[in-house]
Design a protein around this ligand. Structure first.
Ligand code: GDP
Ligand code: MG
Length: 179
């Protein structure tokens, strides 16, 4: 887990191009841009006032998915308080990546469950615009089989991006951490 008791680290993982940076950017700056720079990883740090728990240091790790060293990836998985596993609703392959990531997280953390929120990104897309993954189908897997949190959101419209972070923070064991 991430260092000091009142600091919380959220790690965003998922295939390239699913909209991880866009979601984080929307949360931090309430803006949407068409292109985000591809960095290896970017750590955003902010002071966040959590209702009921007061101020905390919130760390948001935006990954690119391409780690040159497996050890880096392992470190990032071990040092996280909650995971956002992001896929795009128009990209079935990106949901398969979410499956792989979940397996990897469970294996590394040695448990049957982990603080995982699966995020269906680009929820603004209609079937005519390319949506292939239906909300109810994914929900059945994520909530029904995995017992993880599930949210859909759109960084483009801003729809439910707050819900992504609420779901993530809900999974962090705050009372225990805020000693
Ligand atoms: P990342 O590689 O996961 O960080 O993905 P980005 O955040 O860079 O997003 C990749 C591209 O997907 C962006 O350049 C946008 O054009 C598009 N995109 C991101 N979020 C959305 C969204 O909510 N709706 C739609 N329609 N497109 C999005
Ligand atoms: Mg990115």
């Amino acid at each position: 887990q991430s260092g000091s008791p009142n600091s919380v680290r959220l790690v965003f993982l998922g295939a390239a191009g699913v909209g991880k940076s866009a979601l984080i950017h929307r949360f931090l700056h309430d803006r949407f841009e068409l292109k985000y720079t591809r960095t290896v990883e970017e750590l955003h740090v902010l002071e966040y006032d959590m209702a009921g728990s007061g101020k905390m240091r919130l760390e948001i790790l935006d990954t690119s998915g391409s780690y040159s060293f497996p050890a880096m990836r392992e470190l990032c998985i071990r040092h996280s308080d909650a995971f956002a596993l992001v896929y795009a609703v128009d990209d079935p392959g990106s949901f398969e990546e979410v499956r792989r990531l979940r397996d990897e997280i469970l294996e590394l953390r040695g448990g049957k469950s982990a603080p995982i929120t699966v995020v269906g990104s680009k929820a603004d897309l209609t079937e005519a615009e390319g949506r292939e993954l239906l909300t109810s189908n994914v929900m059945a897997i994520v909530e029904g089989e995995w017992d993880a949190n599930f949210v859909e959101a759109s960084a483009r419209t801003g729809g439910n991006t707050g819900g992504v972070f609420r779901a993530l923070l809900q999974q962090v064991n705050l009372p225990h951490r805020l000693s």
